[in-house]
Design a protein around this ligand. Structure first.
Ligand code: BGC
Length: 942
């Protein structure tokens, strides 16, 4: 009997499935403002979903979204917030909420369904939600509180005061239905409720121009409350009051306290009881404060923790708080906005178990964590009260085995833990500092430690992983690994140049050369929605974008630079193209337009920059092709190309946001700049040239003594990439570029600005073979040279370290974790695998793999676009080539199959002919070109 009913059940489950063989579109991965179920203060939050279907060539012909104040009301006709009915459109993202105005704290539930191309409705999606933050200034009852400990900073070189502790005991009025903690600081905070750390975020509330805005976090703490509860926090200087960049190194008049002297806390705990009553506890003068175990805490210089000074039970109810004083209340700045953190918070992304412990002279040990990264450690020790453990961090070892710290410059990057003598052992994780390192040198251990003495805590902005790339070539795989780890290390609340030395700034040049590469690895939409605000907040009075953002003046002469400042437009453009983010474009359009006006004015109406146009900035001409090898490309030639590129991007963004006359105008600017570039910087045959004499002896220019030449790899690569040349001009420039590589012994000579377009420009002009040779080279300078010399991240310089020789460069400018040269990722995904964006958000794209020479037989890349997962894979198999392509629902792709004719190709074993899902559009060069709808395709080429 039992068996029989089981069979019936099975049949009942299978039969409907058989009849429902036409699976309609399923809407999945519902997100609001790029996040899953977030808190936001966007008054018209942007909604997105993705579509899945088992069928090929599927798209959405209509959708229906309902938004309601409770899940019970979430149905058409009942939804009380927004119920616009069926909307005929293919749009599945960047859909702005258009319903009733939303109030602070309001929770909104939503779901969506989509109709497929045949008008068949899909099922409703699972329910998603978002919650509104505090929208009005008056929602904030809490005050800024602090405890001025600045005078307690000791030390001659580093002035590092202790971190203040704050606590407040709360008695609840009943059973809690809902509780939210709204919290922020000027400085960094760690918050606890009843002794437990709230949330998994670090380095909160993030780095901004604190005079203009500070972000807050919102935590659901309903389950953490007790009848009597204690809310407590530790606050540290952080970016607000701590040391920043190289200010100390260059003896800047201001070395710390860039935004303020006393770190402050603002927190508001809001409780709704089951009986409807509410209560609110905010930071104010009734909070108690003290200082204790966190003796020093600084991002660049490290943390000192004296466990003997701990206050047992201070963060739990019932602690007497004897000797604690009342917190000071500090005024707010009227100009400062309080907003919900829009980015991806810094989190612990992974824990690394130590690989090796090596004893060193003087009772020291070096712990190898096996991978260079940014983050912190967990220390596990046992010992006597007062025993002191010192930790120093380094990315590399000297050939003799000692820790190399010269490249940290003035970043002290040292942590100290003083034991309390707990017989059960002690565990410590520094809370307010991070380092860039692979090795930890431990001093103060009484005996040889085990591998568990130090665990590496990999930290970075928690940007969702979006891509993967694997080949059958170990060198390329290692290179990709290095790129991924370098991005992890440097997407750290802001895009930094490096995580180890006294810098860690949001360098705009690095950001712009790398951004497209970054999009392939992770979903950086929210991360850049945050940093683009920082960048625009930092726009200068002369309308240029700065060289780093946020932009405290860490050196008096720091200002703007061609190749760096353009990040204000280039990074925005990539948000627009990659995610279809028109909201950001609209928001910052006036800022971008002002920068374009600056360029036009600076060119004095000439629409190009002749040599020595930027003598007034420091360094003269700006940074130029930073860290290039050999003769320098004139910075003004590059500035002219960047001018053209920005104009073209502005034109495209204008078109995408309905600013038609602006689009036309910027297109005209682009054409003008392109023409002037050719007139001034090329000879009649098309060879690039410059008037090197205009630079005199080059004094004041970066590497000016090496002399300037227009005929460089960097110049040709940028011109091709920027699109300023016509067909014949491109071909000529491509040949010159390939020729220059050949003349240089098959090696590159490019710096930061030249390396990104180098391989793409070679490929675009028919020199894929040269691009592959550069990619696979292991001679200096090359990516492979780093790999064979042991790199597991991307280095700042091609020869940061040479096996057997050691460090080639001046220690101060030798970062082992610098993503700029990792911009080759754009080519790995875009050319080797061949995934290329066409319409914004990958609504249409191109798959055009460039099949490698013998060294690579197999490539597989996947990229999770805002419309779903794209795959491009190819594999050589005897005299056949296998190609796999996955195209997400609601998108289309133009796929280039390397084959002389359709007859040579099959798809899933069938001939390639025009059909419902596929259109054969002909032969282009060495490729058979197909137009494909969504789905999985397997091609075999004979
Ligand atoms: C940084 C770079 C940055 C450069 C400006 C360096 O110190 O580390 O990555 O772009 O300065 O030239």
């Amino acid at each position: 009997m039992k068996k029989l009913s089981f069979l019936w059940l099975l049949l009942l489950c299978i039969i409907p499935g058989l009849f429902a063989r036409q699976p309609a579109l399923r809407a999945v991965y519902l997100r609001t403002e790029y996040k899953i179920d977030p808190v936001t203060d966007a008054t018209r939050p942007r909604l997105s979903w993705e579509l899945r279907s088992e069928l090929r060539n599927q798209w959405q012909s209509a959708y229906q979204v309902v938004v309601a104040s409770s899940p019970a009301l979430l149905a058409p006709g009942k939804a009380d917030l927004w119920d616009p009915g069926m909307v005929k459109t293919t749009i599945t993202n960047q859909l702005e909420y258009g319903g009733k105005p939303l109030a602070s704290r309001q929770v909104c539930y939503w779901k969506v369904r989509s109709w497929d191309k045949n008008g068949v409705a899909g099922p409703w999606s699972p329910i998603a939600r978002w919650e509104m933050g505090l929208l009005k200034g008056s929602d904030w009852q809490a005050s800024w509180i602090g405890n001025d400990l600045d005078s307690l900073g000791r030390g001659k070189v580093y002035h590092l005061p202790p971190a203040p502790y704050f606590r407040k005991e709360i008695t609840l009025k009943g059973t809690v239905k809902r509780a939210r903690l709204y919290i922020t600081s000027l400085g960094l905070y760690e918050v606890r409720l009843n002794g437990k750390r709230v949330g998994a975020d670090y380095f909160t509330p993030g780095w901004t121009d604190y005079h203009k805005r500070v972000y807050y976090q919102v935590y659901d703490v309903t389950a953490m409350l007790a009848a009597v509860s204690t809310l407590s926090a530790i606050v540290a200087d952080g970016w607000y009051a701590g040391y920043l960049g190289y200010a100390l190194l260059v003896n800047n008049p201001v070395k710390r306290n860039f935004y303020g002297r006393v770190p402050l806390l603002k927190a508001q705990l809001e409780i709704v009881y089951t009986d409807g009553r509410t209560s609110m506890v905010g930071t104010d003068g009734t909070w108690k404060t003290n200082y204790g175990p966190v003796v020093e805490a600084d991002i660049l210089n490290g943390e000192t923790y004296n466990a003997q000074l701990e206050f047992p039970g201070w963060d739990k109810p019932g602690y007497p708080a004897k000797g604690w004083k009342a917190a000071g209340v500090y005024p707010d700045l009227p100009s400062r906005k309080l907003e919900v953190y829009p980015g991806n918070p810094v989190r612990i992304l992974e824990a690394l178990r130590a690989k090796k412990v090596t004893a060193r002279p003087g009772g020291k040990y070096i712990i190898d964590l096996g991978q260079n990264f940014a983050g912190s450690i967990r220390l596990k020790v046992k010992g006597r009260a007062g025993d002191t453990i010192s930790l120093r961090y380094g990315e590399v070892l000297f050939p003799e085995g000692g820790l190399m710290t010269g490249n940290l410059r003035m970043a002290r990057a040292m942590d100290t833990y003083i034991l309390k003598g707990d017989p059960a052992g002690e565990t410590w994780v520094p809370a307010f500092t991070y380092h860039g390192f692979q090795y930890v040198e431990v001093t103060g251990l009484k005996r040889t430690p085990g591998l568990d003495v130090i665990t590496g805590l990999v930290m970075g902005s928690d940007t969702p992983v979006a891509g993967s790339l694997v080949t059958d070539n170990a060198l390329v795989n290692q290179l990709y690994h290095n790129i991924v780890w370098t991005q992890r290390s440097n997407y750290f609340d802001i895009p930094t140049d490096c995580p180890q030395r006294d810098e860690r700034l949001g360098w705009t040049g690095d950001a712009q050369v790398y951004i497209q590469s970054a999009t392939f690895n992770n979903d950086i939409a929210a991360f850049y929605n945050k940093w683009l605000v920082d960048l625009n907040d930092a726009q200068r009075d002369d309308n240029t974008y700065p060289i780093y953002a946020p932009a405290p003046q860490v050196r008096a002469t720091d200002q703007y630079s061609p190749g760096w400042s353009e990040a204000g437009i280039i990074c925005m453009y990539h948000m627009y193209k990659t995610y279809g983010d028109t909201k950001m474009v609209r928001q910052f359009w006036p800022n971008m337009a002002k920068y374009m006006q600056f360029l036009e004015d600076k060119s004095k109406g000439r629409y190009y920059f002749p040599e020595a146009s930027f003598e007034d900035i420091s360094p003269k001409g700006g940074f130029g092709d930073w860290l290039s090898v050999g003769k320098k490309t004139p910075p003004d030639l590059l500035a002219t190309l960047y001018f053209a590129q920005c104009a073209a991007m502005m034109a495209e963004m204008a078109r995408g946001t309905g600013l038609d006359s602006e689009a036309a105008r910027y297109h005209q600017v682009f054409s003008l700049v392109a023409a002037r570039f050719k007139e001034h910087y090329t000879d009649p045959a098309g060879r690039f040239k410059t008037n090197a004499a205009a630079y005199g002896d080059g004094n004041g220019y970066v590497d000016g003594a090496m002399g300037f030449d227009g005929h460089t790899q960097t110049a040709y690569a940028n011109a091709i990439y920027t699109g300023v040349l016509d067909g014949a001009g491109n071909e000529y420039a491509g040949n010159q570029l390939a020729g220059l590589v050949r003349e240089n012994g098959g090696k590159l000579s490019t710096g930061f600005l030249g390396v990104k377009p180098l391989l793409p420009a070679l490929s675009a002009t028919g020199h894929s073979d040269v691009a592959y040779r550069l990619l696979l080279s292991t001679e200096y300078p090359s990516w492979g040279f780093e790999v064979i010399n042991g790199a597991n991240t991307i280095w700042e310089r091609w020869n940061s370290y040479i096996k057997g020789t050691g460090f080639e460069n001046n220690g101060g400018m030798n970062s082992f974790n610098h993503y700029a040269f990792g911009s080759v990722n754009e080519w790995l995904f875009g050319n080797m695998a061949g995934i290329r964006l066409a319409a914004p958000g990958y609504r249409t794209f191109v798959v055009r793999p460039e099949i490698a020479p013998a060294e690579i037989g197999k490539v597989r890349a996947s990229y999770h676009s805002i419309n779903g997962e794209i795959v491009s894979a190819w594999q050589k198999s005897g005299n056949r080539l296998l190609i796999e392509v996955v195209i997400p629902v609601n998108t289309r792709a133009t796929v280039f199959i390397p084959a002389p004719a359709a007859e040579n190709v099959t798809e899933s074993g069938k001939p390639v002919v025009n059909n419902r899902d596929m259109r054969v559009s002909g032969i282009q060069g060495q490729y058979l070109v197909l137009e494909l709808g969504s789905g999985k395709y397997r091609f075999e080429v004979r």
